[in-house]
Design a protein around this ligand. Structure first.
Ligand SMILES: [Zn+2]
Length: 121
């Protein structure tokens, strides 16, 4: 079976299996670059995922600071607990957003299956 002919970021060959008509896998096909960035930016655009990234970076920095004794351990512990609560709030927000998206999709499907007419609601 043919393999993707691209070279990965680390300099090694990609080696993902591709169909006979293709030279590149989805991750490396130059013709699909815009599709890839659309998919990536859709997820990255959401507010909770941006916030998760920020909090994760903060926690990592905090952990490094504690290990290298750059911050007071008690203060770092309090900060970590607060960030933990914040993470749970972001996670809850993400779930609500997900549910709303699912409800919207169900609604759209129902409208389509009823030929655009709503029998209830
Ligand atoms: Zn590839």
């Amino acid at each position: 079976m043919p393999l993707c002919t691209a070279t990965k970021d680390d300099g090694t060959a990609c080696e993902r299996i591709v169909s006979a008509s293709q030279r590149f896998c989805f991750a490396h096909d130059p013709a699909r670059a815009s599709e890839r960035s659309r998919n990536a930016s859709k997820a990255a655009r959401s507010k909770p995922s941006r916030e998760l990234k920020v909090v994760k970076e903060r926690l990592r920095t905090l952990a490094e600071d504690v290990l290298e004794a750059r911050v007071d351990q008690d203060a770092a512990g309090v900060a970590a607990r607060i960030l933990g609560v914040y993470l749970r709030a972001v996670e809850a927000e993400r779930k609500v957003q997900e549910q709303e998206e699912i409800l919207e999709r169900i609604d759209a499907l129902e409208q389509r299956s009823q030929g655009g007419r709503r029998r209830w609601g």
